[in-house]
Design a protein. Structure first.
Lengths: 201, 203
């Protein structure tokens, strides 16, 4: 289990994990590093990982574009949620967390992972027993979320003032919106190629 | 400094420690080192032969757009040999990590009736350029036949379900039946044992 967790951590330094990590990190920042949102992000990643291992869903063509549009809307809603926070803080915070989970879940459907020894063993094993590989993929997906946890902790350690929180949230969501808009526009391949070249140049 | 900020800072240090531990435990260094052991000096394998159930005849190759480094242009021409069919693309780091091990297998068993066919299924446009594939093959030490699958129809038709993976290796027996299948890096000794068993089975 730890080997899967550790391999996932190492994979987060590779371009292939960026499409999963970027939206999750964006949502962690937009939600001001709240634990509830981080928990929802982890749940979204794990559920997406289970689907990946079960090999029952693969988005392509218009489905990718639709999912991109969905993420644009979700990030937008999460961004404007604080505006109504005074009306009902708890409900708004819960809604933001749910949106963070949804965005991360969709991002796992965009994800084309680097398949190292551990993930390879999980995928190979899943051909005969998906259920038997769920603990392994759960550990793996939680490993991919370690950088998101680091971001959450940085946000909480800095604890920016409310006036600083807003521009940080806008900047982060801008990155997320660019990624999601590229998916919605059907530019998945160009986006991944660009991210790959940025991170490997 | 508030208590929650201190807790977050301590947590951050712990996370950095976990990340460091994950990298310290990276087994790829050991894997790489093992590939540098000359074949003649490699210790005899103690890995048990894996189960090699007959998974039926291999699927056909579909829309292959040519072969590189090859005297053959179809899998039919390789019947009678044990064949490793590997799906790969040169931009995939995990595929690259497997190549020294594939080369080791090739050097070890090629004269015993073993062949490798690398089916190159590009993920991105630049990986579909034949000149780039040739250059990468030379750089990466790929000396075995490469079948070009630019549309990825073979890549998807061989792999069950909607998601297909790189790297993935299938071992075919001399009758062209799939007997072994592994996704991703790793299990090199097991793959070696499977090749040995398939060669011995038919020999």
């Amino acid at each position: 289990m730890f080997a899967s967790f550790a391999e996932a951590i190492r994979a987060t330094t590779q371009p292939c994990t960026l499409l999963l990590l970027l939206p999750a990190i964006v949502m962690a920042i937009v939600t001001c590093g709240r634990w509830l949102a981080f928990a929802a992000i982890c749940v979204g990643a794990v559920l997406g990982g289970w689907l990946f291992v079960a090999n029952v869903v693969a988005l392509d063509g218009w489905q990718l574009q639709l999912s991109g549009a969905l993420v644009v809307i979700a990030i937008g809603l999460a961004l404007i949620a604080p505006a109504v926070r005074q009306l009902n803080w708890a409900a708004t915070s819960g809604a933001q967390a749910a949106l963070a989970g949804v965005v991360t879940f969709v991002a796992t459907l965009w994800w084309r992972p680097c398949i190292g020894a551990e993930l390879g063993a999980i995928l190979t094993g899943a051909r005969t027993s998906v259920a038997g590989e769920l603990p392994g993929i759960t550990a793996y997906m939680l490993g991919t979320m370690v950088p998101v946890l680091a971001v959450v902790l940085v946000v909480r350690a800095i604890d920016p003032s409310p006036t600083a929180t807003r521009p940080i949230g806008w900047c982060a969501s801008g990155v997320g919106l660019v990624v999601a808009a590229a998916m919605a526009a059907g530019r998945h391949d160009e986006l991944v190629t660009t991210l790959t070249r940025w991170t490997t140049s | 400094m508030g208590r929650s900020r201190i807790v977050a800072a301590v947590g951050l240090v712990a996370v950095v420690g976990v990340i460091g531990l994950a990298f310290a435990l990276d087994p790829s260094d050991a894997d790489t080192a093992s590939t540098t052991v000359p074949v003649a000096e490699a210790p005899a394998t103690t890995i048990a032969t894996p189960d090699l159930p007959d998974r039926g005849p291999r699927p056909d190759l579909i829309d292959i757009d040519g072969w590189l480094q090859s005297d053959v242009s179809s899998l039919e021409e390789l019947e009678g040999k044990v064949v490793a069919v590997q799906f790969w693309t040169f931009g995939c780091r995990n595929c690259k990590a497997t190549l020294p091990h594939m080369q080791e297998l090739y050097e070890k068993y090629a004269d015993q009736g073993f062949e490798i066919v690398g089916i190159h299924a590009p993920e991105f446009e630049y990986e579909a350029e034949v000149a780039n594939i040739e250059e990468a093959a030379a750089e990466l030490g790929v000396t075995w036949p490469i079948a070009l699958d630019p549309t990825k129809r073979t890549f998807h038709s061989w792999q069950e379900g909607p998601t297909a993976h790189w790297p993935r290796i299938y071992l075919l027996d001399r009758d062209g039946h799939i007997r072994y299948d592994h996704i991703g890096e790793g299990r090199y000794a097991e793959t070696d044992a499977a090749v040995q068993a398939l060669l011995a089975e038919a020999g």
